[in-house]
Ligand binder design. Structure first.
Ligand SMILES: Nc1ncnc2c1ncn2[C@@H]1O[C@H](COP(=O)(O)OP(=O)(O)OP(=O)(O)O)[C@@H](O)[C@H]1O
Ligand SMILES: [Mg+2]
Length: 505
């Protein structure tokens, strides 16, 4: 924010107190004028009354002597006073004549009246000779007060301005200055990232606040340093973890390939063993027939038996070697797919069946079965290797977790073509299933309920990663306790050229 005079606290402070100060001063001046006027009026009235009383006293003798001339002179002398506009002398008996001095006959407005009785005192008696009335202009009292009020107002204004200047100076040095220092310290931190403490050492509330601010500054610097260290440690740990994750995924792949090799070796062993047995027996009967031929004892029936045995042996040999060749071909396809991760055009049913064929040895002598229900002719331009790894992991999970302690089990693989070039693939088992909390964590790396007994918790994480990156699809898992697990995949028929990440279905 820009610093302008209008954004200063002093400005707002003055804006708030000035009207109040002005208003209070005005009321004060008005009240002062009012009381000043009353006091001035009272003293003026008192003064005029005293003058009227003195006039009555002066008039007693000439009135008693019936000296109108003297009385008039006294009244004229009194009229010299500037405030007096008229004096009336009224008789109380016939012997006293009435005298008017000044503008007594005209209409008298805004005037004040003062009166005093004229008493004549001699040795024998006291007589009331009449009354003297003095009239003054009322407005004249105001003019003298107005001057005083003006002077007072000017004085108040000077005092007011002086007080304001003193307040502003005190305000700036005690409040604004430390606040500005705090603001500069914060600005400095924002622009340079360095924390500079504020140099302010008063013991008042602001001083305490700045002291706390400085302490916090030190604490924050320490915390920041500790945080940086922790961040560095976390970053190193994360990179180590990522490395461990990818090498574990790699070994997971290798392990599944290893079990594939072991299964195939076991499977090929049977037809090759059969072939070897047949070959040995062929060799035996050939040796015997040769002995008969050499001795010239070969009979027609022996020759017929030999031909029959050889024919049968070659049939058995042919069948067993075909089986072995088929297994090796399958193994080759699956192994090449899974190790090379090459993109190619393939038939979904064929690839899935090849993979299942290589996995079959694991369930051959168990009560568990696999059912594949995929229509022929669904062609994908994608990655058969990762698809095979997904099927292998789901298959292994069904055996290891789903069918654990179960007398029978069915793994079912269903696929169908959806609209707009997407394949829907469901791999489900009817095993013991998972609770909702387990389902929610199933795709997390290292989540396993078989820790220490063969599980690393990377199988489903690998499934998720392969689905959402290489294959460019999405996967969702559904399960209920004792009702098995279903993994539903939605895969594009044409896999994306570059890997991209997508979420669940
Ligand atoms: N078909 C299933 N039936 C029941 N539980 C399952 C099934 N598949 C997975 N789970 C549960 O999900 C967890 C995670 O599976 P995941 O395949 O990721 O790891 P894992 O099988 O334990 O170890 P790994 O596959 O790395 O050898 C398993 O430990 C298991 O508890
Ligand atoms: Mg697993």
């Amino acid at each position: 924010m820009k610093d302008t005079p209008h954004s200063s606290i002093s400005y707002h402070f003055l804006l708030k107190i000035l009207p109040a100060f002005f208003f209070v001063s005005l009321i004060f001046l008005a009240a002062l004028s009012y009381f000043e006027r009353i006091t001035a009026k009272n003293s003026y009235d008192q003064l005029m009354q005293e003058k009227t009383d003195s006039l009555a006293l002066l008039l007693a003798e000439p009135v008693w002597q019936l000296s109108t001339k003297l009385s008039k002179k006294i009244l004229q002398a009194t009229m010299e006073e500037p405030d007096i506009s008229c004096i009336k002398l009224e008789q109380d008996s016939d012997i006293t004549p009435m005298i008017n001095e000044g503008a007594c006959d005209s209409e008298l407005t805004d005037i004040e009246e003062f009166s005093s009785e004229i008493i004549y005192v001699d040795t024998h008696s006291t007589r009331n000779l009449g009354t003297v009335f003095v009239y003054t202009k009322e407005t004249d009292t105001w003019s003298s007060i107005a001057k005083q009020i003006k002077a007072l107002a000017a004085l108040s204004l000077i005092l007011f301005i002086t007080i304001i200047i003193i307040i502003i100076i005190a305000f700036r040095s005690t409040i604004i200055s430390p606040l500005m220092q705090v603001s500069q310290s914060l600005k400095f931190y924002r622009t340079t990232g360095q924390r500079v403490p504020v140099d302010w050492n008063t013991t008042d509330e602001l001083g305490q606040l700045i002291n706390e601010y400085n302490k916090n500054l030190i604490k924050q610097t320490e915390t920041e340093a500790a945080l940086k260290d922790a961040h560095q440690t976390t970053a190193t740990a994360l990179s180590d973890l990522k490395q461990a994750h990818s090498s574990m995924i790699q070994s997971e792949k290798m392990a599944s390939l290893g079990s594939l090799v072991a299964g195939i070796a076991h499977e090929i062993n049977t037809p090759l063993g059969n072939s070897l047995t047949v070959a040995t027996s062929v060799s035996d009967i050939t040796r015997k027939i040769k002995i008969d031929i050499d001795a010239g004892t070969l009979t027609k029936s022996a020759l017929d038996n030999f031909v029959e045995s050889i024919t049968e042996a070659s049939t058995i040999l042919e069948r067993n070697l075909h089986t072995a060749a088929k297994q090796i071909r399958n193994f080759k396809n699956v192994a090449v797919d899974q190790t090379s991760e090459k993109r190619r055009l393939f038939d979904v049913k064929q690839v899935v069946e090849e993979v299942i064929y290589t996995l079959n040895p694991q369930i051959k002598h168990t009560p568990y079965r696999v059912e594949v229900s995929i229509p022929s002719g669904i062609n994908m331009n994608s990655y058969p290797g990762p698809l095979g790894q997904i099927i292998t992991n789901c298959f292994n999970n069904a055996l290891l977790h789903g069918f654990e302690a179960k007398k029978s089990g069915l793994i079912s693989i269903k696929a169908s073509l959806m609209n707009e070039g997407w394949l829907s693939l469901d791999i489900s088992d009817d095993g013991q299933g998972m609770a909702l909390e387990e389902c929610m964590k199933a795709f997390d790396p290292f989540y396993t309920t078989k820790l220490g007994s063969g599980g690393s918790g990377l199988g489903l994480n690998l499934v998720y990663n392969l689905t959402t990156t290489i294959l460019g699809g999405a996967v969702d898992i559904k399960s209920t306790i004792n009702m098995g697990v279903t993994l539903s995949f939605k895969l594009p028929i044409n896999a994306p050229c570059a890997y991209k990440t997508q979420g669940n279905l």
